[in-house]
Design a binder for this molecule. Structure first.
Ligand code: CP
Ligand code: NVA
Length: 308
């Protein structure tokens, strides 16, 4: 595969499917073989401009389990693009470490790192994309239905970074995704255009609208995320009013398929985008999703750094 994972569009369908297979294999072998040597002696730099629980911990655990290690660089450490330019940070880090994993505001910082580092660069979330989340999401869908063919997923809420990477994933793999957002909060046009073109090739079905009930009708998975993403805190009150009809609650779930499962990338705001009853209820598979971050990223790092 490409040296970097900046967005799902860096992958071919075969590469995505191979990552899913390897994730499943490593997951099934984890108890027997927790320590692997795919990244023996290798070091990853983890640049985080924003907070994180899942992404940071799963990357650090994954590096250790693959025989390597990670150095965490937090929001006040390096001043990416302020204290030092993005290309200079990339070129310096590439002299010392084997991989750069970065969570940033502007997506251009990810592409800037990728374009200037001779080592792999992985997007650990940017304002535009969250491809590692999407790998885990699709793995979770596959785990729960046994196969991907025919999967129907509804996205309810903000047309944000997580939505973009999920959309590209469904478009690449030939799945059905219905996106329901409030007017004015649709995913960016260049993303929907590109995903729609990909869907024509794969046979995926993508639908965009503003009606949550229509989107979830017959869906097997209902996915939501916070209404105000990290960096949008000042828009939270305004968005809360606009997004109220898009809350994933028991009433909305009644419209979905009888066995429909609930997805959320976490962290969640109970009482806003999702009710406690739904996220803590029997249809919720959000912890399987969170667990799968580890398995998907072990497979990703083993592929980028190792001998898989
Ligand atoms: N889903 C996710 O990326 O969680 P964190 O922000 O805690 O890493
Ligand atoms: N859309 C959210 C995802 C957090 C994992 C954000 O960017 O804050």
């Amino acid at each position: 595969m490409d040296k970097n994972l900046t967005e799902i569009t860096d992958l071919t369908r075969a590469e995505f499917e191979r990552l899913l297979e390897l994730s499943a294999q490593l997951k099934s072998e984890l108890k027997k073989k927790p320590r692997l040597d795919n990244a023996e002696g290798k070091v990853a730099a983890l640049i985080f401009e924003k907070p994180s629980l899942r992404t940071r911990v799963t990357f650090e655990v994954a590096m250790r389990q693959l025989g390597g290690s990670a150095i965490y660089l937090g929001p006040s450490d390096i001043g990416l693009g302020t204290r030092e330019s993005v290309p200079d940070v990339a070129r310096n880090l590439a002299r010392w470490v084997d991989c750069i994993i970065a969570r940033v505001f502007e997506h251009e910082k990810i592409t800037g790192l990728a374009g200037n580092a001779s080592v792999p660069v992985v997007n650990a979330l940017s304002d535009a994309a969250h491809p590692c989340q999407a790998l885990a999401d699709i793995l979770t869908v596959k785990d729960h239905r046994g196969k991907l063919d025919g999967a129907i997923i509804a996205w309810v809420g903000d047309g944000n970074n997580v939505c973009n990477s999920l959309m590209y994933s469904c478009a690449l793999l030939g799945l059905e995704l219905r996106v329901a957002t409030p007017r004015g909060f649709e995913p960016a046009k260049e993303v929907t255009d590109r995903a729609t073109a990909m869907a024509q090739e794969s046979g995926a079905k993508l639908a965009f609208g503003n009606d949550p009930a229509a989107a979830v009708r017959g869906a097997e998975f209902v996915y939501t995320d916070v209404w105000a993403s990290m960096g949008q805190e000042d828009q939270a009150a305004h968005k809360a009013r606009m997004f109220r009809p898009f809350q994933v609650n028991a009433e909305l779930m009644e419209q979905a398929g009888p066995d429909a499962k609930v997805l959320h990338c976490l962290p969640a705001h109970r009482g806003e985008e999702i009710t406690a009853e739904v996220i803590d209820g029997p249809r919720s598979i959000v912890l399987d999703q969170a667990e799968n971050r580890l398995h998907a990223q072990r497979a990703l790092l083993a592929t980028l750094l190792g001998r898989r």
